[in-house]
Structures are given as C-alpha cells and as structure tokens.
Design a protein around this ligand. Structure first.
Ligand code: SF4
Length: 249
C-alpha cells in the first residue's frame, strides 16, 4: 500500500477523519502522531490496548513519554505465561505507567462455558471470545479511540493493514503498521528497553500459554500462535481491520 493509498481509500468511503489520521500517521514521526492523538480532540477518550508481548514495550514507552496517566488496557485472560505477567509489572514500574487496567474475563460466564479450563483445546474461538473479545469490548466502553501495535510485516494477513480505521463506531489506530522488523529492533536498542523474558527461548509473538509455541527464524513471527490450526487471530483483530462480535473469535 503506497503512502497515500489508505488516506485516498478512506476519502472515497467518505471518512475524512480517518483519511486525515492515516495521512498524519504515515508522514509524522510515530511519537509525534501519538502526541497529537493523546492531546487532541480525543484526549481522555483514547486507550492503548497491549498484550505486554514481545514488541509491546515500544508503544508503552512512547505513550508513557507523552502521558503516564494514559489508560492502558491489558487482557489478563487467565491463560497467560507467568513471564508475561512479570514483564507487565516490570514495564509498569520501569516506564511509570499510571493507569494499566488488567481486564479479566467474566468469571461467571467462564465458569459456565469453561469449567475445566480446557475450552482452548475444544473450541479456541469461543475461548478467545470469552477471554479476550468480550472483556475488551467492556473495557473499551467510553473510549472513542484505541491504539494497538500490529505491523504489516508480521503476517500475510496483516500486510495491508491501514494506519487508521473505523471499527464498530470507534477509531482504531495502528501507528506501527508501516514499521519494519529493523525499526522495532532499532527502537528497543536506542531506548534500552527490556525484552520479554521468553524471547530468548524463541518466542517472537506471545499470547496465551496453551496457544503459543516458539518459532524458527524462517517462519513468520506469529507462526507459533495456534500452531497446527487455521486460526491466526484471536478475534479482537479480524481480517486485519474488524472486530467481529458475533463471530466465534
Ligand atoms: Fe483461549 Fe488460547 Fe484464545 Fe487464550 S489464545 S483466549 S487460551 S484460545
């Protein structure tokens, strides 16, 4: 997708605001773009959604540098690696993040649908819906904008990811969509950010423990997610650009 194609596409669809945001995200320094978003008309109504995964420290570092009190939503599914929870706590302390909301599933619904905790094996789409999609929808109530860290280089499905989109009435920003793997490495090195403790063990994309395996260097970073199945996304991101509430996510 060339420099202006997202903006032009949005204009054709009649969404000038999305077009303007996409153009700004493409041309501005990413931190400057986030500064404009967090301090602009959506100040106080913008949340960063993060997994505290392998590359999450970048946006967390940028947001903390702009406003340590900015809301950060973290889906604590009940199936995460203990290393991820430790990494969350480390980054909260290191970056001084003041409003990290660890959002848990509705335990009543979970108890009814997943009493043995093995739904991930029997029906991973339903498991993701209960543990991720529905909690995120609840957590995003009241927010007009959410920011996430997906990148085009991660998978073929994400290769056309726009920098800004409108999803179910909210603005969804993907300010790192056009970053390369080299950009990511450079940012970690320049800012001396700590790496996720599982990265040295070959985990390049890190989600829930039962559904994540290490990857080899000749695989996509996300090849270790739901390995052996056709599932590639948890449902909070679908087709690279939609939340699908009704779909088994
Ligand atoms: Fe369940 Fe796996 Fe989805 Fe986590 S990633 S919510 S364990 S199916």
């Amino acid at each position: 997708m060339n420099r202006w194609s997202e903006a032009a596409e949005s204009l054709v669809r009649g969404d000038a605001e999305i077009a303007a945001l996409a153009a700004l995200a493409e041309t501005a320094d990413t931190r400057d773009f986030l500064t404009a978003v967090l301090g602009g008309r959506y100040a106080g109504r913008t949340a960063l959604v993060t997994s505290f995964g392998a590359e999450s420290a970048i946006l967390l570092h940028m947001v903390a540098g702009i406003d340590r009190g900015a809301p950060v939503i973290f889906l604590e599914t009940g199936k995460l690696f203990p290393e991820t929870l430790a990494y969350r706590d480390l980054l909260i302390e290191r970056l001084g993040l003041g409003d990290v909301r660890s959002v848990k599933p509705d335990w009543g619904a979970l108890l009814a649908a997943d009493p043995a905790g093995d739904l991930w094996r029997r029906d991973p789409d339903s498991c993701c819906r209960l543990r991720k999609v529905e909690p995120l929808e609840r957590a995003l109530q009241g927010f007009a904008v959410w920011i996430n860290g997906r990148k085009r280089y991660q998978t073929e499905e994400r290769s056309r990811l726009p920098l800004a989109e409108r999803v179910e009435g909210r603005i969804k920003l993907n300010p790192l969509a056009h970053w390369s793997a080299e950009d990511v490495e450079r940012y970690f090195a320049e800012h001396r950010l700590p790496r996720h403790p599982l990265e040295v063990r070959g985990y390049r994309s890190i989600g829930c423990e039962p559904c994540t395996t290490p990857t080899s260097s000749d695989e996509d970073a996300r090849a270790g997610r739901w390995r052996g199945s056709e599932k590639t996304e948890c449902g909070i991101h679908f087709d690279g650009n939609r939340i699908v509430r009704s779909q088994s996510a």
